[in-house]
Structures are given as structure tokens and as C-alpha cells.
Write a protein that binds this ligand. Structure first.
Ligand code: GRF
Length: 219
């Protein structure tokens, strides 16, 4: 398999980064993570990367008076690696239009909801408040609108009666760690195509499965 170079942007914990690295180790990512960049010096994921000998950088948003200046510095730091793909993995800054356009078609994000439901923050609490029975996560191409853009893959999980934010978040996160490496691999393999703003995936797709919630054990 040919591999592409990818840069991952993080703000914190970096569990999605860790999942991507694990997939790379298993030879299942189709991409080499050549750099990890954080907007916070204390982002724990930086240590995950450094421990593996991956180049890291910090572009601290607090050093920039204007968003556009931060975006430009971030793009400069990314382009040092000349990546084919830029992966937002828990990157908590809004990126401006010029930045997004610079990486158009090669900038991915993961969001912890079934978009277009619950863009923005506190998705798990909002899903609980709304009383939905299905929640989940979405990998999408980034467009200038926040948490918006052509959807590549989604995973749905049931919301259980006794869920709280933490239990629901954990169930969703486990699925994030499954679907993000898959999306990156499809991109690396050239199987994703944008057709009039809609994602087309060159893969056999099954239409015979559904996640129904609540699924009741009727014994
Ligand atoms: C994930 O839930 C991701 O979907 C969201 O922020 C969280 C980041 O977690 N955008 P981690 O840093 O990957 O552990």
C-alpha cells in the first residue's frame, strides 16, 4: 500500500491521535503521521507523539492578537511537513475561511455527534437534554462553516436511560477511535471523492443493517 504523509492537529488529551497511531502501527492507516501540532503547550497528546519520535510543534493561539494571524502561523507550521492530509483530532479552535480553503479537500475533522445534529460544544449533554435515542460521531471534510461539511462516515450508539454525560461520551469515543482511522485509510487509498459536495466512497456498501434504539432484550 502506498502511504501518504499526514499532520494531526490537537488541543488536548489526544486519544484519537493514539487510535490513529495504533492503526498506523497495525499497517491499517495508509498514512504516516509525520507531525503533530497543538495550539496548547500542555496538550497531553504532544507527549504521545514525542514518545514515538514524531515531530511536534506548538502554535499557541494566545500569542496572536487576531485569528487570521494564528491561522497563518498554523498553516506555516503544517506546511513544513508538506502533508497530503491534515487531520483535526480534538482541535478546539475555529479555523478561518482562508485556512480552510488552503487545505480544501484534504482537511478532515471528527465531531462527537451525528451531524448535522449538535454542532459545537457539549454535544453529549445536549443529546441527553434533547432525549435522542441515537447519538454518535461523524468524520467529515472541513468547510468554512463550523462542524459542517461533507460527511465521510458516522457511527451511531444508543442512548441508554441511565446514561450521564460521561457514560455516553465514553460510548461515543470508542466509536470515534474506530471510524477515524477508517476514514483516513479511505482517503489515503484514494477511495473518497467529492461529487457536488457529496462524498462518494469506492467500496461495497451494505444497506441491510440498522442500529435501532432502544434495542430491548425481550426474553
Ligand atoms: C473528541 O471527542 C473529538 O471528537 C472532539 O474532541 C474530543 C477529543 O478527544 N472534537 P481526544 O483529544 O482525541 O482524546
Amino acid at each position: 500500500m502506498t502511504t501518504i504523509d499526514a499532520v494531526v492537529l490537537i488541543s488536548g488529551r489526544g486519544s484519537n491521535l493514539a487510535a490513529l497511531l495504533a492503526a498506523a502501527d497495525a499497517g491499517e492507516l495508509g498514512a504516516r503521521i509525520v507531525g503533530v501540532i497543538a495550539n496548547r503547550p500542555g496538550a497531553a497528546g504532544l507527549q504521545t507523539a514525542a514518545a514515538r519520535g514524531i515531530a511536534t510543534d506548538v502554535v499557541d493561539h494566545r500569542r496572536f492578537a487576531e485569528r487570521a494571524l494564528f491561522d497563518a502561523a498554523l498553516a506555516e507550521a503544517i506546511d513544513v511537513f508538506a502533508p497530503r492530509l491534515v487531520i483535526l483530532a480534538g482541535f478546539m479552535r475555529i479555523l478561518g475561511e482562508a485556512f480552510v480553503e488552503h487545505y480544501q479537500g484534504r482537511l478532515l475533522n471528527i465531531h462527537p455527534s451525528l451531524l448535522p445534529a449538535f454542532p459545537g460544544l457539549d454535544t453529549h449533554r445536549r443529546a441527553l437534554d434533547a432525549g435522542v435515542r441515537l447519538h454518535g460521531c461523524t468524520v467529515h471534510f472541513v468547510t468554512p462553516t463550523l462542524d459542517h461539511g461533507p460527511v465521510i462516515i458516522q457511527a451511531a450508539v444508543p442512548v441508554l436511560d441511565d446514561d450521564d454525560e460521561a457514560t455516553l461520551a465514553a460510548r461515543v469515543l470508542a466509536q470515534e477511535h474506530r471510524i477515524y482511522p477508517l476514514a483516513v485509510r479511505w482517503f489515503a487509498e484514494g477511495r473518497l471523492r467529492l461529487d457536488d459536495g457529496r462524498v462518494r466512497l469506492a467500496a461495497t456498501q451494505r444497506g441491510d443493517s440498522a442500529l435501532i434504539a432502544p434495542a430491548i432484550d425481550e426474553r
